[in-house]
Design a binder for this molecule. Structure first.
Ligand SMILES: [Zn+2]
Length: 310
């Protein structure tokens, strides 16, 4: 049997057919063109399913389910996308609409949760029952797996791990609150921290880069060239990440924490100091339940695989 996974994004809809080993047999992608009526987007999703089935040489009768990973708040119990700002969706019953068209069950969850689930079936956390995936990107995304299942809270409204408090009355966050972890640990935050440091220290290599050209990589490149300020900025950024992860360890004691997103490609430069912080600060320190902290393995395909695994 096969499963269909749909990764619904603000820009593209990626659809794949996976086998029982969670290998993607065929993939097809179409532009989302968000902010049109949801019925039109869902019709395009359905057409993309037909296309990908033809590509894979699989019929709908050979598929057990369709899974959808969507941005925003998703109620997996009802199959309704409750709210997705970057799609302009408000209470859209996407599962009903797709299962009516194809005659097989459809399942829904948030895209960050799908990415976490994907790592447990085909990525860096295979066989792991309790894990957390943190994605460091524009924001900080989180997915929690408990007993092999996604934990998303009541009506899918939880696991917003980026919006937990790091510093009371701290930096403003996109959610309207101040001091959220995301405002310190996202790639966006790192860019801001790099810009500030550069402005205050004209002697640093960081000050040689025009502010508008500073990216998440700038500080790592300068650190590689021996710039002391860049090394300090990275160290502080790792402490911000580590402090948030320590709270997750104390609350959930996962076996494993995976880090995803572009910044996680810095590997040990980031993971080393983060591991060190968590080991020395979690409850019980080294004798405590210190999880494995590792990079996520799946890239763009995590969305399709995770959705299919729902
Ligand atoms: Zn926030």
């Amino acid at each position: 049997m096969y499963r269909i996974g749909i990764d619904l994004g603000g820009t593209n809809i990626a659809v794949g057919v996976v086998n029982d080993a969670y290998e993607i047999l065929a993939e097809h992608s179409v532009p989302t063109r968000a902010h049109r009526p949801a019925e039109q987007v869902i019709a395009d999703m359905g057409d993309a399913v037909e296309t990908v089935l033809a590509k894979a040489g699989v019929t709908i009768a050979q598929c057990r389910s369709i899974g959808i990973g969507s941005p925003g708040t998703c109620d997996s119990g009802t199959g309704v996308v409750v709210r997705a700002y970057n799609l302009g969706w408000d209470h859209v019953p996407v599962c009903d609409m797709l299962s009516r068209r194809f005659g097989i069950p459809a399942y829904l969850n948030n895209d960050a949760n799908c990415a976490a689930l994907a790592e447990t079936v085909a990525g860096a956390a295979v066989g792991c029952k309790n894990m957390v995936l943190i994605t460091l990107g524009t924001g900080v995304g989180g997915g929690i797996i408990i007993d092999g299942k996604i934990y998303a809270g009541t009506a899918g409204a939880g696991a917003e791990l980026g919006h937990t408090l790091l510093i009371l009355d701290g930096e403003p966050c996109t959610c309207g609150r101040r001091g959220c972890w995301e405002a310190y640990a996202s790639a966006t935050a790192l860019i801001q921290q790099t810009k500030r440091a550069a402005a205050e220290h004209p002697e640093s290599l960081l000050a040689d880069v025009p502010p508008e050209e500073i990216t998440g990589r700038t500080v790592f490149d300068a650190a590689d060239q021996g710039d002391a300020l860049a090394q300090q900025v990275i160290h502080r950024y790792c402490v911000y990440i580590g402090a948030g992860l320590t709270d997750l360890v104390n609350a959930l004691a996962p076996e494993m924490i995976l880090l995803g997103g572009g910044i996680s490609r810095q590997g040990e430069k980031l993971l080393g100091p983060i591991r060190n912080y968590v080991r020395h600060n979690c409850f019980g320190q080294e004798q405590g339940m210190v999880p494995v902290i590792a990079p996520a393995k799946l890239g763009n395909e995590a969305g399709i695989i995770g959705a299919a695994a729902l």
